[in-house]
Design a protein around this ligand. Structure first.
Ligand SMILES: *Cc1c(COP(=O)(O)O)cnc(C)c1O
Length: 385
């Protein structure tokens, strides 16, 4: 019996419980999970400090509406704003909603229509965030997209300089395209974007929904580059599994989002915000983030060593614990073979195996993961080019 719209191609593993980097299935088997719920459970499954924060808030109140001031929202917003070097936060419930709000804010604050984004980007599936997304497969069948969304080739400075102008409200980009295939922006390209935005008075929006929450070894991935975004958007890993998204922006944008301009019934829900506060208190910490960087370097180096020479492996790339292994083979088949052996990973783009392990993964678990990957990838024979 199926009562769900078939929007997702489901895997064959049904979880009954999960802890740390492991999921136990209804089949009684344990699976090593290098997906973290698609970059969400960055502290692993069911971390105790998040569980305690949620239970404690549940005993106070669950929902009162945004008509009431809520200290817990102020506390979580402070953590986000300070970690980002920005000033003001709007809470939403998801990544797409955060981008939707950011796009509305950019248009209202600048009074301009045009939004520039890039090919292979992913920004969500609402009409606005879908219009910003640079992948046809996401938009197919949904008719006319919103007006004045322009898509340019990623890492193409010249195309950007030709397009950006006095009618540009914002440029939105991921510094590492997650869904699009772990494609890393070139520093010179980002500098060009930053400078062009400043010169033309366009806002720079960085979509940190997948790259934020410590994933790359910094609170947000833009901090690896010489960037001063006007707005960043976050979701996924911020609440370690509780639905939350946020727009974080500069103080001068405050006026454009005055009372009545935007809102959300559930946005800033205290249970989700309690989860986010506990998650961020752990992640936005220098020692923790240094460990993420060290684990990322270990994973990349070991992957190069054990997988790099395989003829099916085209390239291994990434930053921190956001890693893509580009392969010459059928990714869904490889992932299915990995699952049957007890290892769960994600696809990205056309031909990339994406690894998003929990940020507190153990070295021994990384070793185990690479053994699973080597085993499956060695089985492949190179496909015809
Ligand atoms: C997942 C993702 C989104 C959409 O987030 P949802 O919570 O699924 O709406 C937007 N941008 C990026 C970069 C993402 O990875």
């Amino acid at each position: 019996m199926n009562y769900l719209f078939p929007t997702y191609q489901r895997w064959e593993v049904e979880p009954v419980s999960a802890k740390g980097a492991y999921i136990t299935g209804t089949d009684g088997k344990e699976y090593l999970d290098f997906t973290s719920g698609i970059g969400v459970c960055n502290l692993g499954h069911c971390p105790s400090q998040v569980e305690e924060a949620v239970i404690s808030q549940m005993k106070k109140f669950w929902h009162v509406s945004n008509l009431f001031p809520q200290g817990i929202q102020q506390r979580a917003a402070k953590l986000l704003a300070e970690a980002a070097g920005l000033d003001l936060v709007f809470f939403a419930n998801s990544g797409a909603e955060a981008n939707e709000a950011a796009l509305k804010l950019a248009r209202k604050a600048t009074g301009r229509p045009k939004i520039i984004s890039f090919t292979k980007s992913f920004h969500g599936r609402t009409f606005g965030s879908m219009a910003a997304t640079g992948q046809d497969k996401i938009k197919k069948g949904f008719g006319q997209m919103l007006e004045t969304f322009i898509h340019l080739p990623f890492n193409d400075s010249k195309a950007l300089l030709n397009e950006i102008g006095d009618d540009t409200a914002a440029v939105i980009l991921e510094v590492i395209q997650g869904e699009g295939g772990i494609n890393i922006a070139e520093p010179e390209f980002l500098e060009t974007v930053q400078k062009a935005c400043q010169e033309k008075g366009a806002l720079l929006i960085i979509d940190e929904i997948q790259t934020g929450a410590g994933r790359t070894g910094k609170p947000f991935a833009f901090q690896h580059f010489n960037l001063q975004p006007d707005i960043i958007t976050v979701a996924k890993g911020i609440g370690n599994g509780f639905p939350i998204g946020a727009v974080i922006g500069k103080a001068e944008l405050g006026e454009a989002f005055g009372p009545g301009s935007h809102g959300s019934t559930f946005g800033g829900n205290p249970i989700a915000v309690a989860a986010a506060e506990a998650t961020m208190e752990t992640i936005f910490n220098d020692a923790f983030l240094q460990e993420v960087s060290a684990l990322g370097e270990y994973l990349t180096a070991q992957a190069e060593k054990t997988l790099g020479a395989l003829e099916t492996v085209v390239e291994i790339r990434g930053l921190g614990l956001m890693i893509g292994i580009e392969v010459d083979g059928n990714v869904p088949d490889i992932l299915s073979d990995l699952r049957s052996n007890g290892f769960i990973a994600l696809p990205a783009g056309e031909s990339v195996i994406r690894l998003l392990p929990p940020l507190n993964i153990k070295q021994s678990e990384i070793d185990q993961a690479l053994a699973f990957l080597a085993d499956s990838l060695k089985k492949l024979t190179r496909t015809a080019i």
